[in-house]
Design a protein. Structure first.
Length: 135
């Protein structure tokens, strides 16, 4: 099967929206309600705001990748900048996989499989956007 760059960008866009399912589970699995309760209100509000901005960034890049894949693959300066942003965004997230101490939270095989699946997705997103940026 021959996958075009536009198709790869569409797949990356759909994959990013799927990542949001895992993101929605994080506050529950890590018990944010209990653990953040000891923080001052402003710190809790900032924590949720930062998380919201990350989610909105993922939604924006995912929807843009789905709706504008052909344009992003065409390689205009704007397309390369958007793809460069995607490569940096997901590249940083991929690098964080190496430093986060998640072992205590991977208490079931499905959690470990999901974590490693996310790592593969982050690598794929980074590769697709980096290729689209530099080609």
């Amino acid at each position: 099967m021959d996958v075009s760059l536009a198709d790869a960008i569409r797949l990356a866009g759909a994959g990013q929206l799927c990542v949001l399912v895992a993101s929605a589970l994080v506050p529950l699995r890590l018990n944010w309600k209990r653990d953040l309760a000891s923080l001052p209100v402003l710190h809790r509000q900032m924590y949720w705001t930062y998380g919201g901005y990350v989610v909105l960034g993922i939604v924006a890049l995912g929807v843009t990748s789905l709706a504008c894949a052909d344009e992003l693959a065409a390689g205009s300066r704007l397309a390369r900048c958007v793809c460069g942003y995607g490569a940096v965004f997901w590249g940083v997230r991929l690098a964080l996989q190496a430093v986060f101490d998640v072992r205590p939270h991977l208490t079931a095989r499905w959690l470990a499989a999901g974590y490693h699946g996310l790592t593969v997705l982050f690598l794929s997103f980074t590769a697709v956007y980096a290729y689209a940026t530099m080609r």
